[in-house]
Design a protein around this ligand. Structure first.
Ligand code: UD2
Ligand code: MN
Length: 550
């Protein structure tokens, strides 16, 4: 029989005293199967050491989950962990009428003890009346213990439902399958190797109750993959991304914290979420079109949902009083139907195509191999229609209002294009190019060097050889990511060979011609030509007026 242990009074003993009507102090619940053994390995989230005579076994079992599976099996499934919430969290009040939630936990070949600990931590540290159900979505696991044995074990928890997928869907579509059958007002997604800390749930639901367009994420703490200890993380972390859409964490600068008097318990608005752990109003999730179902297996869905939420009127928040531990692993312990890298790249390219507007060039510029391989991202009609229907804002709005600290210059360089030897500037004369005296106010001397490596003047691009055999101009046509065929012949390398050819950085190189050739000022000083590249030749060296990126 489960024992209910409440180290501090669960309900605020004074009823409404000290708080507004209809609210209560966040519940401190921590149910155990039996009184806890303080000597048990890993108890209280402490680190565990592998005994000398078990090193081999521990090593050989590592690959079952890409973490210390041997130790996970030693640790009680309902171990205690330190209450890592910032001071003040336990006094916070939440509404009595919080919405109920369906917990959705997808897994594929998850380690037995870790999956159990995840489930136990949810059920023992959440107010039962708020948990509508816990849906375990089995994404076509191959391990025998996850079949009948798991079903039998979970019989003791009437709220646990197991949804078995008939083929491998990947975590994105598996979550959608869970969402389809969920009955709670709010969906709460969790990974299958987590430990929810005390008081984790109510603060998340409180945010969603406040506004259905708030998507609430707990602080993700670290369960060590090596010694299974539960470790807290620094406060004031935001979820961010860098190009080409790599997720990361970034601390709010100390001066910003001081200037704005940000407290440890304050909600943190995030440009993007990590992906795995969040609560979202179910109806709102469906209105947003859930995840793009064209995203495959793993990766990029956190970018998609984050952009979608922000640009279509919602908010992504980290709730410091809600804390959940997660085993971070160096590699996925399961196989990918296709390889991991190309799966994630394709997912991200779909996200870029639908959400990034003109900024998608930054994505492709930072992942230029995708341009070269002419990646097929599949049909985007539905996603683009959805964005229209929801009347979402532009990516530029997102950058200005949500993530102003992201470095996102639309082009790599711009302004005059000056020849070093002659100090003269490339000038557009009707549809041809000439070298003239430089004049910053001359509109015909303005060029952009784009992320797609075009040298662009309005809709025209510098091409290495026009019909006259000299460099000329051509329509850049469609500036799209698919730079196939003719338009790829319009690409130039400039300042991008710093590591491989440091003596050629000032050159403007066309690799389209064989051997590669360089843009050069003609001896007349009035015209342009292309010639065999020569690192010492100053007539082949160029400088744009402004550089925004390397
Ligand atoms: C992070 C997220 C994860 C997801 C992923 C990008 C956190 C803590 N984790 O990577 O939730 O957003 O980024 O997509 O924010 N799974 C399946 N089927 C699959 C693959 C995975 O069910 O084909 C399950 C898996 O068992 C796990 C969950 O999905 O419970 C997330 O996978 P992960 O733990 O390998 O991802 P993680 O934490 O590296
Ligand atoms: Mn995970």
């Amino acid at each position: 029989m489960p024992v209910l242990r409440t180290p501090s009074p669960g309900w605020d003993g004074q009823g409404q005293a000290g708080g507004s009507p209809g609210t209560h102090r966040v519940l401190f619940l921590d149910v155990t199967l039996a009184p806890r053994d303080p000597q048990a390995p890993g108890q209280f989230g402490h680190p565990v050491a592998v005994p000398d005579d078990k090193q081999e076994e521990a090593k050989s079992r590592w690959k079952e989950g890409n973490f210390n599976v041997y130790l996970s099996d030693l640790i009680p499934v309902d171990r205690a962990i330190a209450d890592t919430r910032p001071a003040g969290c336990s006094e916070q009040r939440v509404h009595d009428d919080l919405p109920t939630t369906s917990i959705i936990m997808c897994f594929v070949d998850e380690v037995w003890s870790t999956l159990l600990r995840s489930v136990h931590s949810v059920l023992s540290r959440s107010p039962p009346h708020l948990i509508e159900e816990l849906i375990l979505v089995d994404d076509f696991s191959t391990k025998e213990y996850l079949k009948e044995k798991l079903a039998q074990y979970m019989l003791r928890f009437p709220k646990v439902k197991i949804l078995r997928l008939k083929k491998r869907h990947g975590l994105i579509r598996a979550r959608l399958a869970g969402a389809e059958i969920a009955k709670g007002a709010v969906l709460t997604f969790l990974d299958s190797h987590v430990e929810c800390n005390v008081g984790w749930l109510e603060p998340l639901l409180e945010r969603v109750r406040q506004s259905r367009a708030k998507v609430a994420c707990p602080v993700i703490e670290v369960i060590s993959d090596k010694d299974m200890s539960y470790m807290t993380v620094d406060n004031f972390q935001r979820g961010i991304f860098t190009w080409p859409m790599n997720f990361g964490w970034k601390q709010i600068p100390q001066e910003v914290i001081e200037k704005n008097k940000i407290k440890e318990t304050d909600i943190i608005r995030c440009p993007v979420m990590a992906g795995g752990l969040f609560s979202i109003d179910k109806k709102y999730f469906f209105e947003l079109g859930m995840y793009d179902p064209g995203l495959d297996v793993w990766g990029g869905e956190n970018m998609e949902i984050s952009f979608k939420v922000w640009m279509c009127g919602g908010e992504i928040e980290i709730v410091p009083c809600s804390r959940v531990g997660h085993i971070f692993r160096n590699d996925n312990p399961y196989s990918f139907p296709k390889d991991r890298v190309s799966t994630v790249e394709r997912n991200l390219a779909r996200v870029a195509e639908v959400w990034l507007d003109e900024y998608k060039e930054l994505f492709y510029g930072h992942a230029y191999h995708l341009v070269l391989k002419n990646l097929d991202v599949g049909d985007l009609t539905q996603q683009i229609q959805l964005r229209k229907k929801l009347q979402c804002k532009s990516f530029q709005w997102y950058l200005e209002n949500v993530y102003p600290d992201l470095d996102a210059p639309l082009v790599k360089a711009s302004g005059l294009l000056v020849n070093i030897a002659t100090a003269r500037c490339v000038t557009v004369e009707n549809t041809t190019l000439a070298l003239e005296t430089c004049d910053v106010n001359n509109k015909h001397q303005q060029f952009n060097y784009t992320w797609l490596r075009l040298i662009q003047h309005r809709e025209l691009c510098v091409c290495p050889a026009s019909s006259a055999g000299t460099p000329g101009l051509r329509r850049c046509h469609g500036r799209s990511r698919s730079l196939h065929g003719r338009s790829r012949s319009l690409t130039w390398l400039h300042r991008s060979l710093v590591t491989s050819q440091p003596h050629m950085t000032d050159h403007i190189i066309s690799r389209h011609l064989q051997p590669p050739t360089c843009l050069e000022a003609d001896p007349s000083h009035k015209a342009l030509r292309v010639n065999a590249c020569d690192s010492a030749n100053p007539y082949q060296k160029w400088r744009f007026g402004n550089y925004y990126a390397d």
